[in-house]
Ligand binder design. Structure first.
Ligand code: URA
Length: 440
């Protein structure tokens, strides 16, 4: 078999065989296929798609490219969660401590930023000394003691995805249903949890821009999960506006703390309550209504915040930064952006805002770029808000003064101010189960 022929087959719209997919993934992991060849293949998949069978075979090959974690030595039901990626999406850091308050275990292996979206690991690394690389024994100890742990996807968990993910990030091949489904599900299947909650984002800041493609992606992932014996549910959630107010690694940790203390923005708090309720529900902790009450209670009584502090401490992070987030300090440079006319914020091009955050230093433009952990954006106004000319829309932060101008330009273009208010939409659009779809 030659990778050249397999690339040509996909380029010409042919269906790849299981053998071709296995050969491609195995050889790429062994370094026998070059990055430029895999990039060509990814672009061919992006342009021509994959059948359900090809996607399932790709997921299986990527899952088997590394270890399959055995979580059986951790007591209790293990629930995993995965978001397809958004702007300002820090939900994992809020919902894992909430469900841990009720004995549901979360063994979370997270990723870094991808394209215009942020990554949980980059956010956690903003906390001084926080260790995102624990060995297996330590990872299990933290889960048993605290109820949850969040680590970087280890070198040997779906290593094929790790290599392909980094390549997709810089080759314009992220927004592809088979590539996203196989990337997410290979990691989830290799991670060993009993149940999986998927948060499929839809809207201008998501990889899926419309409800139909987000439901198609959700259905594919739920089918793969259930086929492999995992209870899997997907929520379709709104990403037409950044989630919460803060975008950026340290800035998002600050906002996580606000939500965990019951003082966070309403949109972020509500979405976290819905996600954690669904996690508790699939773990069998009660009806959805009961699980919602439990989630709210864990925020109100401060137990979820305590869990978060415990996890940070167990993973070596300096908890003083969590107890007093002012300690993070501020970026060297900042600039306010003001409304240039009267009206309502009609829409926000959330992908462009995500790209502006990457320019500021929140994410990487090249594979080996360093993150600026204090860089980012704090939004004062969001879609639906009334503004007068001269009102502050947001503040942008960066350690590099030159980046402010570039990002500012993008943000001004991304925020549309009009005379009329846009229609309010639900944050939760639909729930996708193996046998039904409920739209809200
Ligand atoms: N998250 C992932 O893990 N993979 C993708 O492809 C997109 C989002």
């Amino acid at each position: 078999m030659r990778i050249y022929d397999i690339i040509c087959n996909k380029r010409d719209g042919k269906e790849l065989t299981k053998e071709e997919i296995n050969y491609m993934i195995e050889s790429y992991c062994k370094g026998k296929i070059e990055d430029y060849q895999m990039s060509a293949m990814l672009m061919a998949i992006y342009l021509n798609g994959m059948t359900d069978e090809e996607t399932a075979n790709l997921t299986e090959a990527m899952t088997k490219s590394g270890d399959i974690v055995d979580l059986s030595s951790i007591e209790g039901i293990k629930v995993d969660k995965h978001s397809t990626g958004g702007v300002g999406d820090k939900t994992t850091l809020i919902i894992a401590p909430i469900v841990a308050c009720y004995g549901v275990k979360v063994a979370k292996m997270s990723g870094r930023g991808l394209g215009h979206t942020g990554g949980t690991i980059d956010k956690l690394e903003a906390i001084p000394n926080f260790k995102t690389n624990l060995d297996k024994e330590e990872f299990f100890n933290v889960i048993n003691e605290v109820g949850f742990s969040i680590v970087a996807q280890s070198g040997n968990l779906a290593p094929a995805d790790k290599k392909i993910y980094a390549l997709r990030d810089v080759t314009g091949t992220v927004e592809s249903i088979p590539l996203i489904a196989s990337s997410i599900m290979s990691k989830k299947l290799a991670s060993g949890s009993d149940c999986i909650l998927l948060d499929v984002k839809v809207g201008s800041g998501a990889f899926m821009k419309d409800i139909d493609s987000s439901i198609e992606l959700a259905k594919k992932m739920v089918a793969i999960g259930e086929h492999c014996g995992k209870k899997t549910v997907a929520l379709i959630t709104d990403m037409d506006i950044p989630l919460g107010k803060n975008i950026g690694n340290a800035l998002e940790i600050k906002e996580v703390v606000e939500v965990l203390k019951g003082k966070g923005p309403q949109d972020l708090t509500n979405i976290c309550i819905t996600l954690s309720s669904n996690m508790l529900y699939i773990a069998g902790k009660g009806t959805l209504e009961e699980c919602e009450k439990m989630s709210k209670e864990a925020l109100k009584n401060g137990l979820a915040f305590e869990k978060f502090v415990q996890m940070v401490e167990r993973q070596g992070g300096d908890t003083e930064y969590i107890k007093n987030t002012e300690k993070f300090g501020e970026s060297k440079y900042k600039e306010d952006i003001f409304a240039q006319e009267d009206g309502y914020i009609y829409s926000m091009d959330t992908e462009e805002i995500g790209i502006a955050s990457v320019i500021l230093g929140v994410g990487r433009e090249k594979k080996d770029d360093k993150i600026d952990c204090l860089a980012g954006i704090i939004l004062d106004k969001k879609t639906g808000d009334k503004v007068n000319r001269g009102d502050k829309l947001c503040t942008i932060y960066s350690g590099d003064k030159n980046k402010l101008d570039l990002a500012k330009d993008k943000i001004i273009k991304a925020i549309s101010i009009q005379e009329n208010k846009s229609k309010k939409t639900n944050l939760i659009k639909a729930s996708v189960f193996i046998d039904k779809i409920v739209k809200f």
